[in-house]
Structures are given as C-alpha cells and as structure tokens.
Design a protein around this ligand. Structure first.
Ligand code: M6R
Length: 589
C-alpha cells in the first residue's frame, strides 16, 4: 500500500503535497517523492521518511501550482531511489504516482521493450507513463492516451498522472482508494481524506473504473468500463482537521487510544431506524456471516460471543481471506456483515463481491464513508471515529465492538438498555486512559521491555480480547505474543513456560474461577502473571484493575493492553505509528 496525492490550484503545490504526504505516511514510509509543474516538470525523490527527505531534498523549493506526490510501501522492487515515485516516461514528459499492483506489468514491459522503451526501475508502475507515451506517439492526445493505457492494465490501482506543458491532472482508480477534495478554485486528489482535510471537507469519492480530468476550471468524470461521461456528486464529511493532527501528543497511537472515551460514544450514536432495518434483515436471514481481517476480525469474533449471550443468536465468524472456502454456503437468504475500518481491505472486498454474486445481502461496518466496501454493500453503519492515522487499530476496534454490541442488544429488543450500558462506559474508559493508569502500565512495560515471548490467555469474551492484545503487542513492539483460550494452553504450549515467562490473564466475573486456575497452572511453571481483572488475586504478580462491565468487557479490557503495547514500542525505540512491514489498509491480497 502506498499514499498518493495530487494538487491543482492557486497555491504552491509543493507545500500542499508535503503536508498531504505527512498525513499519508501511515500508508507507506520507505521512500517518497514529488513532481511539480511550472515551466518544466521537476522531480525530487529518494529513500527515507518524509521528515528526513523534507530536509534533504528541500521539497518546498519546488515551484508550480500543479503537482503530484507519493509515499511508498514497497511491493514490486526494492527500496531504492530508482523505485521511488513519481515515475516518468522515457521522454520525461509524463509523470505518474501509483498505489496498487499492475498484475500484467511483465507482459506490458516486454511489449514496451520490443517497441524501443528502456526501464530504469524494478517497479510495475513504470509501464504506465511509458504506455501513455506510446499511445501519444501514435497520435492520441494526453487524455485519450491515458484512457487507452489504463484500459490495458490488469490489477488494482489508483493513479494520478501529469503531463509537462498541460495544466491538468488525470486521476483514475480501480480497486484502490482515491478521493478528490474540492476547494475554492483548487482541487486535491489523494488516497485518503486526511491528506487535504485542512483545506476542504468537500469530497468526491471516485468509483472503480472512474477517470477524472482535473483542470482549474473543474472536473470531468468518465467511467472507463462503461466508456461514457458520468456525474459524481460532492459529499461533505464531518471529520475535523484537528483529528488528523498529533497536537500535543508524541504519536498518533497514544492520541487515538486516549480518544476512546469519546469515540465509543460516537459509535453508538446511530440512526435508530437504520439499526431497526438491519435487525429485521438479521431476523429474516438464514445464516449470518461476520467477516473481517486483523483487529476487525477480532471484533467480529468477540461479537459472536456477544450475540450468543445477549441475543441467543449464532453467527459464523470468518477471516475474510478464508471466506472463499465457504462461499458455496451463500444463498439469497444469507446475510454477510463486512467489518473493516478502512472499507478498502482487499480480502474483505473480495468476500463482499462473492456474497453479492450469490445474491446475499451485505451490510458493512466501516469508518470511511464512501469507501469501496460501503459502496458495494446493501446498507452500512459508520463508526464515526474520525480518521485513524496510526497503523494500529485502537479506537476503531473499540468502536466496532461498541456498535456490534449495540446491534446485539437491538436484536434482543433491548436497544435502549444497550445504549445506556454503553454510555456508562465513558467514565470507565476515561479512567483507564488517565495519566495515573498510563504511568502504572509504563512500569509494567519497563519490566517487560526485554522479553522475547509473552503469552496471553482468556476465556469466552476474554479469549477474543487476548487475541487482540497479542496482535497489538506483536505488531508494534515486535515481542512475540501469543494468545490462547485459557483451557488450551495445557494442551501443548504450556511446555514453553519457563521461569519468568510473562503471561497476561484477562479475567471476568463469569470466567474467574476457571481462568485463575489456568493462571495457577502457568505460575506453577514459573510464569510471571499479569492479571487484567476486576479483582486482585494472589496469583497475580502485577494487577491492572479494570471494572467488571459484562458483555462490554472486551471494550474496556483491551485498553490497558493497547497502552502496554504503545509503551513497549516507545521503550524499545520503535515508532508506534509506523511499525515495520505494515500498512494501514491492505489493498492487496
Ligand atoms: O481496515 P481494516 O479494518 O479492514 O483492516 C484490517 C486489518 O488490516 C487491521 O485491523 C490490521 O490488523 C491492523 N494492523 C490492526 O492493528
């Protein structure tokens, strides 16, 4: 996944692009670059993070009011200056930034080589400007050449293209996100809204196969699949530019963890009629699937316990990437819930497509209005968590849980009771994220910071929390953390417990007796027990008190684990917002 941006207007493009790239850096951070158009096109790009490149390449010196920029997460080709974007055509007239994968690039590269083109990078992207040059050399104008070239590409991509000598940007998407920001006499185009949120809240979400021609006088849209001009409307989003800034915080991760007292409340502020209509669909359905990836999958997994407890309803929970193995069970009466923060995750999108092909109904739960998954769904609910910039899901995970819990209550005919119970969490979450609480967890992080392995156990709802806690610790601190259902450890993995091996134990009133006995089993083999529990217990070497919240336990109990993961990353010297090898939204399969 990469971040792309384009600007066309009356300000200095390089400053706008630079700001935008900083907001998009969560999408990729191994190299970056930009190209601006004044009398000629100038390109500056290299390996490194944006803050460092800003100093080294002095982007802001670049002149022009039109430009494109890119921040890369390498997929095709190593992390080198040559592979950094923008890429350009052999005649150095056409410049492209690209997010996604061109599946048939080898074949196209061969075709272009046979036609005398040379390549300077190992990327799939470089075929795009050269294909456009090829088409222009055969008499097409820039716009028509772009259309012809893009039609030849297979795969999923979003691109912004610029041509020397033309005050124009071409933006196109197929499978990868791209959104246009409409300002006053200026246009922005980017992989994600925060890139231009400071300048406008008016957005146009591009559809798959859309091709936009952006000039200072306006935008024309075509759909390349339908081969015709199309209309696209402007949406006004209610995200706040402040939400996309770090403010006084050192990292987005901690800022977003601390926002949860509020974001959980926003997640449950839903239109009651829409919730009622979704409940009706659930009642009619013969078979319900919850699909997601990573943390969103963990939210689905927790929700399956919540629906079982509150609504006496069985739902099938499935990793989106494994869903194809079960798609033959889909019928017109199946209901599929697609849960995805970004609304762009490729595996979830594929599950949605599979469901639609079988005539099943799809309801999505996402944080991004206008995202591909919301658009392909029959209806959707939004998390309203505001932009989540840190690569790790924190606030959107608890928002997903809150919303799914509310749905379970609604299904059980206890909507108001559910809302009240979830509203009450404000105070609990506020306390759990307080300075005192963070300081206490920091002490634990100091103790754990040099560990290589850590185990996490829980039963029932707490098992889901254990899975999410282990993921948080792994992805940001690079400590190997593994989660088990409390009863499972003794079936093999307990062999790994040695003197001092840390084991986090999530306890609820309901599971207390059994999980404590599992903790004793670990302690007897020398384990260091960290209890996340409403009550203290002799078996705990370290206790983090979290009040008992019943079915809302997953929402509150994950918070100390998020803080611990954050503190571990900081103490070990890692950037929590941009963990190695990861991307915020995984738009490739
Ligand atoms: O945007 P999505 O919710 O579909 O993303 C799913 C996963 O990629 C995401 O939750 C990932 O696991 C995060 N790194 C978790 O912190």
């Amino acid at each position: 996944m990469c971040g792309i941006i384009g600007y066309m207007g009356h300000r200095k493009a390089s400053s706008i692009l630079l700001k935008g790239l900083k907001h998009l850096e969560y999408r990729g951070y191994d190299s970056a670059g930009m190209a601006t158009l004044s009398s000629k096109v100038e390109v500056r790009k290299d390996v490194g993070k944006i803050a460092e490149l800003e100093k080294r390449l002095r982007f802001e010196e670049m002149e022009g009011e039109v430009g494109i920029g890119h921040t890369r997460w390498a997929t095709h080709g190593r992390v080198t200056k040559e592979n950094a974007h923008p890429h350009f055509s052999q005649n150095k007239k056409i410049y492209v930034v690209h997010n996604g994968i061109i599946e048939n690039y080898q074949e196209l590269r061969k075709f272009l080589k046979n036609n005398g083109f040379r390549f300077y990078s190992e990327t799939d992207t470089e075929v795009i400007p050269n294909l456009i040059q090829y088409e222009m050399e055969r008499g097409k104008n820039f716009e028509e050449a772009c259309k012809a070239a893009l039609k030849r590409l297979d795969g999923s991509f979003a691109v912004v293209i610029m041509h020397e000598g033309e005050e124009k940007l071409i933006a196109a998407r197929r499978g990868s996100p791209l959104v246009i920001g409409v300002g006053d006499g200026e246009y922005f185009v980017a992989s994600d809204i925060p890139a231009f949120l400071e300048f406008t809240k008016k957005v146009i979400f591009m559809y798959d196969w859309d091709f936009a021609v952006i000039t200072k006088n306006g935008i024309k849209f075509y759909n390349l699949k339908e081969d015709r001009e199309v209309e696209r409307s402007i949406d006004v989003i209610d995200w706040d530019a402040e939400q996309a800034r770090k403010g006084e915080f050192k990292h987005f991760m901690i800022k977003e963890i601390l926002e949860q007292a509020e974001t959980i409340q926003r997640a449950i502020m839903q239109d009651e009629d829409i919730v009622a209509a979704i409940v009706e669909e659930m009642k009619k359905a013969k078979g319900i699937f919850f699909v997601g990836c990573g943390s969103s999958y963990h939210a689905c997994f927790a929700a399956s316990y919540i629906f079982s407890k509150i609504a006496n309803l069985h739902v099938n929970v499935m990793l989106a990437s494994e869903f194809p193995n079960f798609k033959h069970f889909l019928t017109k009466e199946t209901l599929v819930f697609a849960v995805s923060q970004s609304g762009e995750t490729a595996d979830v999108l594929e599950a949605v497509r599979a469901a639609k092909e079988k005539g099943s109904k799809v309801i999505s739960i996402t944080n991004v209005k206008g995202s591909s998954i919301t658009r392909y769904s029959d209806s959707f609910l939004l998390l309203n968590a505001g932009p989540e910039i840190c690569v790790l899901s924190t606030k959107t995970y608890t928002s997903q849980l809150a919303l799914l819990t509310l749905l379970a209550y609604a299904y059980a005919g206890r909507y108001e009771e559910g809302r009240k119970r979830l509203k009450y969490l404000w105070n609990v979450v506020y306390n759990l994220t307080s300075r005192t609480s963070r300081e206490m967890i920091k002490k634990l992080a100091e103790k754990l910071k040099n560990e290589e392995h850590l185990f996490v156990i829980g039963r029932g709802l707490q098992y889901a929390t254990a899975l999410e806690a282990a993921l948080k610790i792994k992805e940001v601190s690079y400590i190997h953390a593994e989660a088990f259902a409390g009863g499972e450890l003794k079936h093999g993995t307990i062999a790994l417990i040695e003197d001092g091996t840390p084991c986090m134990v999530f306890v609820s009133e309901e599971t207390e007796k059994e999980i404590i006995s599992n903790a004793v089993e670990v302690k007897s083999r020398g384990g260091y027990i960290i209890g996340i529990s409403p009550k203290n217990n002799d078996v705990f070497d370290f206790w983090i008190k979290v009040p008992e919240c019943g079915v809302a336990n997953p929402i509150v109990q994950i918070i100390p684990a998020q803080i611990l993961a954050y503190q571990l990353a900081v103490l070990r010297g890692y950037d929590p917002d941009k963990p190695r090898n990861l991307a915020k939204s995984v738009t490739v399969k």
